[in-house]
Design a binder for this molecule. Structure first.
Ligand SMILES: [Cu+2]
Length: 121
């Protein structure tokens, strides 16, 4: 009986340790912030391109572009980057970011179907 109690105690200790670690982790995640950026994306290729490129941006942890609203949702670490840098990164891919116009050179390189003047498809 003594042994069983010891085992239960050990289990309790392990459980406490795991839940404490879990709390620490969720506090770590709160150091992230989210912004939405209005882009000039027009199709699925734009979505893939922007999401792929933005994922490699410093400090970015998650990217999601909604093609219907053209809104890009970026989750990032404020200690590593800031909204201005993120908008700048979007313009460098060739798309408008809020009031910042797309970088001319990057925009030139986009396929014709991805240019903002082309009809949504
Ligand atoms: Cu496109």
């Amino acid at each position: 009986m003594q042994k069983k109690n010891q085992f239960l105690g050990l289990m309790m200790a392990a459980f406490l340790l795991i839940s404490t670690a879990g709390t620490a982790l969720s506090q770590e995640q709160k150091k992230e912030e989210t912004i939405t950026i209005k882009t000039s994306a027009v199709c699925g290729m734009c979505k893939e391109r922007i999401e792929k490129d933005m994922k490699f941006e410093k400090g970015v942890t998650a990217v999601e572009l909604d093609l219907k609203t053209k809104l890009l949702t970026v989750t990032y670490k404020p200690s590593k980057t800031n909204p201005d840098k993120l908008r700048e990164a979007v313009t460098k891919i060739g798309y408008d970011a809020d009031d910042k116009p797309a970088d001319a050179k990057a925009y030139e390189k986009l396929p014709a179907c991805c240019k903002k003047d082309s009809a949504p498809h």
